[in-house]
Design a protein around this ligand. Structure first.
Ligand code: OGA
Ligand code: ZN
Ligand code: ZN
Length: 384
């Protein structure tokens, strides 16, 4: 389990010293930082430079090339005032703002908390009831926080009627409509266009890797489940990717370096894209996992790497299916699961045609959920 959370310590500005192209700042805690003149000028928040909406008025391109600090003053409380040359513009920077944006410090971390999990999370799932998240901003906030942190969440008591899933999405964002519609019905049908619409087992997968961009959230709402089988499985793809990085770094590397092609086709749709199984961000952190056996196309990569790539892919796939990492839950009518579709993989065991099993699913965008959460955090902070 690893967590990243922002480290913010507060110390006030204690002394300042202007240099030709920088302002050197001494903090109360004895540390020193350096702020570039062009950067400070660019971040002036006076009424001329910043609109009341919070949007910028100052155009970075209009800052003079020969900008320098004409004079600087340390005000009471640690705020800093700077007069610029040429032009004589005056800027103020609060001590808290400078501290929060101090790029000289190396301890800056990811903006959100992520907790990687394995099968041991089964006893403490991020769950809430539909009634509480609908009636209390605080309950909604804590459930969405968990969804963001663990990459999935469960809701109980979501009225098992068609389209109720839209009311759940309304709590945090917007539906992402696709060729499957605003929602899709997951049940066994005659002449299915997708293996999801059969009674077959589905191994751990992310949905729609053939779409660009891939939908970032998926919801599945259970309307009926009297068929035997059809249990749901979930696995934290980031957790398993880190385990692979640890146990077989060269295999991990292959899965990040070479893209796979994914495709979906039916009578009126043809979607194709390429993306690696494991995507890294610019810090080398795992940023996305795309894994879907059903829509994978022939692997095309340099011939000498083919067998090694297959070995890496199969190792990762087996780890994703391993009971060490995977949890199993049986959705009852009224249960809903939401997954970060570029992190947490889902699947199901096969089910019998006798009895009925009907889920409704839809996609939504993760940025909407995070926006809703940030706004809820804002009102919580204001209150407390
Ligand atoms: C899907 C899917 C799982 C299930 O429709 O994308 O994976 O439990 N369904 O039927
Ligand atoms: Zn200004
Ligand atoms: Zn799926």
């Amino acid at each position: 389990v690893s967590t990243h959370s922002p480290a913010v310590s507060d110390a006030r500005v204690d002394s300042i010293e202007p240099e030709t192209r920088t302002l050197s700042v001494g903090w109360e805690d004895g540390q020193r930082s350096s702020f570039h003149a062009v950067w400070l000028r660019d971040n002036c928040s006076c009424a001329e430079c910043s609109h009341p909406s919070g949007q910028r008025l100052l155009d970075t391109l209009e800052i003079p090339d020969d900008l320098s600090i004409a004079s600087s003053r340390l005000l009471d409380g640690g705020d800093v005032e700077i007069s610029w040359s040429p032009g004589g513009h005056v800027s103020h920077f609060s001590t808290t703002w400078l501290r929060a944006h101090d790029y000289s410090r190396t301890d800056r971390t990811a903006p959100r908390k992520i907790t990687l999990w394995d099968a041991s999370i089964a006893g403490s799932l991020p769950v809430a009831t539909y009634a509480e998240v609908r009636s209390s901003g605080r309950a909604l906030r804590s459930w969405l926080t968990a969804v963001d942190e663990y990459g999935f969440g469960v809701l109980h008591g979501v009225t098992p009627q068609p389209e109720e899933i839209f009311r759940v999405v309304d709590l945090f964002g917007y539906v992402r409509e696709t060729n499957y519609g605003r929602l899709f019905n997951v049940r066994s049908v005659i002449n299915p266009t997708n293996l999801a619409f059969t009674g077959l087992a589905l191994g751990a997968h992310t949905d729609n890797p053939y779409r660009d961009p891939t939908p970032t959230l998926q919801l599945l709402h259970c309307l009926s489940s009297s068929a035997s089988g059809g249990d749901s499985t979930l696995v934290d793809g980031f957790r398993v990717a880190e385990a692979l990085r640890e146990s077989a770094p060269e295999q991990f590397d292959l899965l990040t370096r070479y893209p796979l092609h994914f495709r979906f086709r039916d009578e009126d749709t043809e979607l194709e894209t390429e993306v690696p199984v494991i995507s890294l961000n610019e810090h080398g952190d795992v940023a996305a996992v795309h894994f879907n056996n059903r829509s994978k196309m022939p692997v095309i990569l340099p011939a000498p790497l083919m067998e090694r790539y297959y070995a890496a892919y199969r190792t990762f796939g087996r780890m994703l299916g391993s009971p060490e990492y995977q949890i199993t839950l049986r959705l009852a009518p009224g249960d809903l699961i939401i997954m970060d579709n570029t992190r947490v993989l889902h699947g199901r065991t096969g089910f019998e045609a006798a009895g009925s099993r009907h889920l409704q699913g839809c996609y939504a965008d993760r940025d909407g959920l995070r926006s809703r959460l940030a706004v809820l955090d804002r009102s919580e902070t204001a209150r407390g």
